[in-house]
Design a protein around this ligand. Structure first.
Ligand code: F6P
Length: 373
């Protein structure tokens, strides 16, 4: 019996998505003779039953392309904007899954997608996922596709900022994506030779950062590159945030949950421009001129690196193998040179953050990088 499978890409786009679609699709079709349907714009397309047949020519030429040929969105099945309000659309998704005679649905996404996929698994669908995100913060996989490309882009940016910082004797504070995880800032900061790296996992003290820059000036280096993760916070703000988050987790009723959520939102609002504030503070404390560069979505755009194409292809092919073997309810994770299936129940909500004693942090400290701690 021919199997029918659906594929969707959800969450922020990430280099390597097309390579993954191709990896799953070509293996499913060419090796196992499956029919493949691509749903458009993430879970939203599944709710609205918008899809395209993925066959033959469609996989040609997409391997080096950035973005996703299927489109993506951050819509969640259980809280989707519909008719002007947020609604639980999971039952419609179940209906459409069956209406399309699907035997399995492949959800390609980051941490949020793994949680959404688990909800659909709990509704009885045959779900299988792949880990993509430039943030590299999905648990139980060595890495995620998209990370290597973004790492290369952010590293090149830091390289380029060096010569202008050096020429003008300035501080340049470069903000790097990563949501609440510091992998991208840490990796690019080390590879680009940033003098200071600030991470969400290691709340910083501004005085320590300023002192590090002053000592560089004393040793004749009157420029500095500060690589700051978008989620990094100074110690006092990080403390407030962690109190608000644990209040949210421990909230026993709707009212106290709402109160904690409002508290989190107001701390986020205070820190919305923290990179600009940080730059102004460093200018004041060190007497050097400082400039801000926010790399933003540049880090997610364009062609995937060779490493991301390779990772996405091998995980995609392993995903089709898993569907053939009827192994569902898993994420196909990278483990060494191979791929392993890890239960979605263990992946969902399992955010991989940078441990304080991670070898990358240790190596950076060894070469004199300051973390503001
Ligand atoms: O998760 C990927 C990511 O690029 C994060 O690094 C960043 O915080 C977020 O997405 C930005 O989201 P959006 O593209 O929706 O603004």
């Amino acid at each position: 019996m021919t199997k029918h499978i659906g594929i969707l890409t959800a969450g922020g786009d990430s280099p390597g998505l097309n390579a993954a679609i191709r990896g799953v699709g070509k293996t499913a079709q060419g090796r196992y003779d499956m029919q493949v349907l691509g749903f458009l714009d993430g879970f939203k397309g599944l709710v609205e039953n918008r899809s395209v047949r993925l066959d033959g020519e469609i996989f040609s030429g997409i391997l080096p392309r950035g973005g996703t040929i299927l489109g993506t969105s951050r819509d969640k099945p259980h809280r989707m904007m519909f008719g002007g309000k947020k609604q639980d659309m999971t039952d419609i998704i179940v209906e459409n899954y069956h209406a399309n005679h699907l035997d399995a649905l492949v959800c390609i996404g980051g941490g949020g997608t793994q949680k959404n996929a688990l909800e659909l698994l709990n509704k009885g669908l045959n779900i299988i996922t792949l880990p993509k995100t430039i943030d590299n913060d999905v648990g139980l996989t060595d890495t995620t596709f998209g990370f290597d490309t973004a790492l290369g882009i952010a590293t090149e940016a830091i390289d380029r900022l060096h010569s202008t910082a050096h020429s003008h004797h300035r501080i340049i504070v470069v903000e790097i994506m990563g949501h609440k995880a510091g992998w991208l800032a840490l990796g690019a900061g080390i590879a680009g030779g940033a003098d200071v790296i600030l991470l969400p996992e290691l709340p910083y003290k501004i005085e320590i950062v300023a002192n590090a820059i002053r000592s560089r000036v004393k040793s004749g280096k009157n420029f500095s590159i500060v690589a700051v993760a978008e989620g990094a916070l100074p110690v006092d703000q990080a403390k407030l945030m962690s109190q608000a988050r644990s209040a949210k987790e421990q909230a026993k009723d709707k009212k106290s949950r709402k109160k904690a959520k409002n508290e989190i939102a107001s701390i986020e609002a205070v820190n919305a421009n923290h990179t600009v504030t940080l730059s102004a503070q460093l200018e004041k404390l060190t007497g050097l001129e400082s400039r801000v560069t926010i790399l933003g979505h540049l880090q997610r755009g364009g062609t995937p690196s060779a490493a991301d194409r390779l990772l996405a292809t091998r995980l995609g092919a392993a995903c089709a193998d898993s569907i053939h073997n009827e192994k569902f309810g898993v994420m196909i994770a990278a483990r060494g040179d191979g791929a392993i299936a890890v239960p979605l129940t263990e992946v969902a909500g399992n955010k991989k953050l940078v441990p304080a004693d991670h070898p990358w942090v240790q190596a950076a400290i060894s070469v004199g990088t300051n973390f503001g701690i």
